[in-house]
Ligand binder design. Structure first.
Ligand code: HEM
Length: 526
């Protein structure tokens, strides 16, 4: 009798037996429990109620921006130098010091404006967020594919996103709302010039650049700082799409970028990017015609050359989209020793926003999830909150002492590893825009740097969307283009004059200068 029973127990459950979350084997996953096979259901249907109520909660709030994304695991390999120079001269961050040192990481690429299943062919910046699991804890580099941004003050971000997202009444994205905001925010003109060119539709995630966009700092052992910009260069080359190419892809596959990344990694064709930095001495640099803290500006390469510091390889797909790609939480505040913030006003605003939204989107204990948790010891006195499943205090800690300081026991502060960076800050508290705004000069340079097919695309895309806008918005955009570059302004004005009102899916301008836009995208770099 006893023997039979244990045999039944063993046979009941094997490696692939379905269970509920209490560990109970599920014997019937097809039928709810009813009074007779046609009768009403009973309330003690525990397995059904657990199953359906968990299903009801399967979604968490979407990211308010960058909802559509794809992710992958990989590693960063340091070159142990910055260009030909000793990197320790500029930063003491351990991740960079030793040649060949590998640090695991997770990347999430994304598009910005539309929801979680929107097409990956839309004209939109692409997110490029990297979480480095360093020996000193996590470092997040939360960037985009383009190197500049629409605005330079965090105060404007919610308005900008409202204008770019679908109309609150029709739930349809509206070019007039987009250009209304941009025409009223002339600092956006440089970014508009990029976004309406083929650079606004990268061919896929593997063949796009990445950039930290905002200005950061590096700090060395002596506590001295420099200003830093970060840029990722894809070893696969850069490839952007014309509007027509994007439409052709979208008609057949609106997940093409996710699929391209997943398939490449599955077949062992691991994508790689080189991480480059631009370095500027700390200070406000009155000799430049732009402010180094203005994220609507490029730092000219000839004055501030790109210097390689390491490479990233993506070699493993996520096991589960939701637990890794959806729940991963990046933030600009997540820096390690040797890396620091600059006073870039966007960076300062962003740094509050990310962890704030993640406490709402994922929950108060989002940092305990495996994808977000550092791959090193964590020991804090933080405790409680929804879904806390682990004590973050160290195993050797007196369990009674969940506070610091204490004479008795408990956790202690770490030693400082180098001289602290203590910048001097002096000034009146004001609400003012920066000087040296120069909103259109670099847009003109970017226009002149474009190849002919890129100019053609830029103008036809702009004309198509602007022709749907109020005349006052058109006039303002034309005057910004004229300020940027004579040809740019003239062709935009002429194109809009001749365009059918309300836009057209045809390219109203035809071929600028009679040159045909090539059907294949070409490699380019700016
Ligand atoms: C995502 C805020 C500017 C890149 C997000 C999220 C918020 C946000 C709330 C959602 C985060 C989440 O749910 O986990 C802001 C604010 C900005 C700003 C307030 C300006 C003040 C920028 C800029 C960049 C950028 C300039 C590019 C450098 C990203 C990326 C993500 C993101 C890549 C997606 C991260 C992921 O894959 O999870 N941003 N953002 N943002 N933002 Fe920003």
């Amino acid at each position: 009798m006893a023997k039979d029973h244990s045999k039944n127990e063993t046979n009941r459950e094997t490696e692939d037996t379905l269970t509920n979350r209490q560990g109970h084997p599920i014997t019937n996953n097809q039928n709810i429990r009813t009074v007779g096979n046609r009768g009403p259901a009973t309330l003690e249907n525990y397995d059904f109620i657990e199953k359906i109520s968990h299903f009801d909660r399967e979604r968490i709030p979407e990211r308010v921006v960058h909802a559509r994304g794809a992710g992958a695991h990989g590693y960063f390999e340091a070159y142990g130098a910055v260009g030909d120079e000793d990197i320790a001269k500029y930063t003491r961050a351990k991740i960079f010091q030793e040649k060949g040192k590998k640090t695991p990481l997770f990347v999430r690429f994304s598009s910005v404006i539309h929801g979680g299943h929107s097409p990956e062919t839309l004209r939109d910046p692409r997110g490029f967020a990297v979480k480095f699991y360093t020996e000193d804890g996590n470092w997040d580099l939360v960037g985009n594919n383009l190197k500049i941004f629409f605005i330079r003050d965090a105060m404007k971000f919610p308005d900008m996103i409202h204008a770019f997202k679908p109309d609150p009444v029709t739930n349809i994205q509206d070019a007039e709302r987009f250009f209304d905001f941009c025409a009223s925010s002339p600092e956006s003109f440089h970014m508009v010039t990029f976004i309406y060119s083929p650079w606004g539709i990268p061919a896929n995630y593997r063949m796009m650049q990445g950039s930290g966009v905002n200005t950061y700092k590096w700090v060395n052992k002596e506590g001295e700082a420099v200003l830093i910009k970060y840029h990722w260069e894809p070893k696969q080359g850069i490839r952007n799409l014309t509007q027509a190419e994007a439409e052709e892809i979208q008609a057949k596959n609106f997940n093409h970028a996710t699929q391209d990344l997943y398939d490449a990694i599955e077949k062992g064709d691991f994508p790689e990017w080189e991480l480059n930095v631009q370095i500027m001495s700390d200070g406000d640099h009155p000799e430049l015609d732009f402010d180094p803290l203005d994220d609507t500006k490029l730092w000219p390469n000839d004055q501030f050359p790109w210097m390689p510091v390491g490479k990233m390889v993506l070699n493993r797909n996520p096991q589960d989209y939701f637990t890794e790609v959806e729940q991963v939480a990046f933030g600009t505040g997540v820096l390690v020793d040797g890396l620091d913030f600059s006073d870039d006003k966007m960076l300062q605003g962003r740094t509050f926003s990310y962890s704030d939204t993640q406490r709402h989107r994922v929950g108060a204990n989002y940092l305990q999830l495996p994808i977000n948790s550092p791959k090193k010891r964590v020991a804090t006195n933080q405790t409680g909150g929804q879904m806390a499943y682990r004590l973050d205090r160290g195993p050797f800690q007196n369990p009674h002492i969940n506070y610091e300081p204490s004479i008795l026991d408990g956790l202690h502060e770490a030693e400082q590893t180098g001289k602290e960076y203590t910048p001097m800050i002096k000034g009146n508290l004001v609400r003012e825009s920066i000087d040296r705004q120069n909103n259109t000069k670099q847009a003109g340079e970017t226009y002149r740097n474009f190849e002919q097919w890129e100019k053609t695309e830029l103008l036809s895309n702009l004309i198509n969307d602007l022709s749907k806008c109020d005349q006052r918005i058109q006039d303002k955009m034309i005057s910004l283009a004229e300020e940027a570059d004579e040809e740019y302004g003239r062709l935009l004005r002429e194109g809009l004059k001749n365009a059918p009102k309300g836009g057209s899916s045809q390219h109203p301008l035809g071929d600028v200068d009679g040159e045909k836009a090539p059907q294949q995208a070409v490699e380019n770099s700016h």
